[in-house]
Design a protein around this ligand. Structure first.
Ligand SMILES: *[C@@H]1O[C@H](CO)[C@@H](O)[C@H](O)[C@H]1NC(C)=O
Ligand SMILES: *[C@@H]1O[C@H](CO)[C@@H](O)[C@H](O)[C@H]1NC(C)=O
Ligand SMILES: *[C@@H]1O[C@H](CO)[C@@H](O)[C@H](O)[C@H]1NC(C)=O
Length: 417
């Protein structure tokens, strides 16, 4: 695979290239996100605060004029996080994100929202399973799923230090800050992060602390952002080894619409360059998967296959094999290294479970129907739409018959829940 996910999926959004092996969905979403950012001039659906901020002339934004690839450490300090009251590793349930909506403007309304610092990392009673899965994958797959380039080492250590500071503040009944790092009082692990050399890749240690996958994008002197550290352990559809070292913005494959391409590239670069340490953002997305493997969706092929693709997936599997995978992504710039860190937290549930929630079957069916052909292709729609839509429609009908007031949906639920 010579082309990055970013490139190929970006191209997909813009120009629908010929059938290619399936690449990372994470990046698809990054692409969509940038489409939104770039189209903000024409669309009026992103949040006002973010919008006005992004539209300020670049000269007003401090670090923007810095030399490419060089970051002057910011004196920004993350505000101390408030303890999560009542949180318990055995009883706190995952947040039921349902980030899908009706209608043709699906992507336009998919919002970037600003993140409250307290809520940087979400943990819940699936922690121990995620922790064990991650440990297993780090052991089995090593640097194929978890790796830091030498030039990203300082950033990876900064990320680890940030987690060692944040987690004991936010989850004090689980984590204890120590003079040299952190203790996890549930798994009984203690990490001494002052040792040199570190006993393992710092991004692997960071990944053991949280349920999220982690990725660091680093700006080089060409002004481009490169994926130079990652712990991509439970991503389902994409492999770090396919993407490692690649730049975010190469969009040469999208040739068909050069004007838009140029604008998009610029918008994306500007977004990354302008992202300030004090302005973290969040977004959510979702996918359907037709097997129950959180770590790697075997339906699209073996994780060790040269290429993977929805083409190989079995069509029309029974509804019990349909799973709802949603991601909560946070994006922030680390103040010392200037690296941009993605956290990618996956929530994973059987479709047969979430359809019991009011409005969910009807709204999910409408959302899937609203995907464009390009998005549908990359989300594998053809493989499950018959079974899934029939099932969702029936569940929706039963809800409406049972008295569900479809007019009241907006009052009952608010995005992204
Ligand atoms: C967690 O473990 C550390 C190290 O064993 C200990 O010092 C600390 O008191 C424990 N904290 C809690 C909340 O149990
Ligand atoms: C951690 O240590 C405590 C106290 O020694 C023990 O009760 C608990 O079972 C241990 N947890 C794990 C996951 O090993
Ligand atoms: C942590 O590592 C440092 C550097 O190697 C060492 O001096 C220190 O004793 C270690 N601390 C603990 C608690 O293991």
């Amino acid at each position: 695979m010579t082309m990055s996910v970013l490139e190929s999926l970006w191209g997909t959004i813009l120009s629908i290239p010929t059938a290619k092996p399936m690449y990372a969905f994470l990046i698809l979403n990054v692409c969509i996100w940038f489409v939104i950012l770039v189209s903000r001039k024409w669309a009026s659906s992103t949040s006002r605060a973010l919008r006005s901020d992004l539209e300020k002339p670049s000269g007003m934004r401090g670090k923007v004029t810095r030399t490419l690839g060089e970051w002057t450490p910011s004196d920004f300090k993350r505000p101390t996080a408030a303890p999560y009251s009542g949180w318990d590793v055995h009883s706190t349930k995952p947040i039921p994100y349902r980030p899908f909506r009706y209608g043709p403007n699906y992507y336009i309304t998919l919002g970037l929202r600003s993140m409250k610092w307290d809520e940087w990392i979400e943990l819940d009673n699936h922690y121990l399973k995620y922790h064990a899965d991650k440990a297993h994958r780090i052991k089995e797959r090593g640097s194929k799923c978890c790796h830091t380039a030498p030039e990203a080492m300082d950033a990876a250590i900064e990320l680890l230090e940030e987690l060692c500071a944040y987690l004991p503040e936010r989850y004090p009944n689980m984590f204890t800050k120590t003079a040299t790092g952190i203790t996890n009082n549930v798994t009984n692990e203690t990490f001494n992060i002052t040792q040199r050399p570190l006993p393992e890749d710092p991004i692997a240690t960071a990944a053991r602390l949280v349920q999220d996958d982690l990725a660091l994008m680093i700006e080089r002197t060409d002004g481009e952002y490169y994926l130079l550290a990652g712990a991509i352990l439970l991503a389902g559809f994409w492999r770090l080894s396919d993407k490692f070292g690649m730049r975010l913005s190469e969009i040469h494959t999208s040739g068909d619409v050069p004007q838009f391409k140029n604008k998009l590239e610029k918008g994306m670069m500007n977004f990354f360059r302008r992202l300030r340490p004090e302005e973290p953002v969040l977004r959510n997305n979702y996918f359907i998967q037709v097997d129950d493997n959180l770590a790697w969706s075997d339906s699209i092929g073996s994780e060790d296959a040269e290429t993977v693709s929805w083409n190989t997936a079995e069509k029309d599997r029974a509804i019990e094999n349909h799973f709802f995978r949603s991601e909560r992504q946070s994006l922030r710039r680390l103040p010392r290294s200037g690296a941009v860190v993605f956290t990618i937290r996956t929530y994973f549930e059987p479709i047969t479970g979430i359809v019991e929630e009011p409005y969910v079957p009807g709204r999910l069916a409408d959302a899937i129907r609203s995907w464009g052909d390009d998005v549908g292709r990359y989300k594998g729609k053809e493989k499950y739409q018959n079974v899934l839509l029939e099932f969702l429609d029936e569940k929706h009908r039963v809800q409406v018959e049972g008295g569900l007031d479809v007019e009241k949906e907006d009052e009952a639920r608010s995005y992204p829940l």
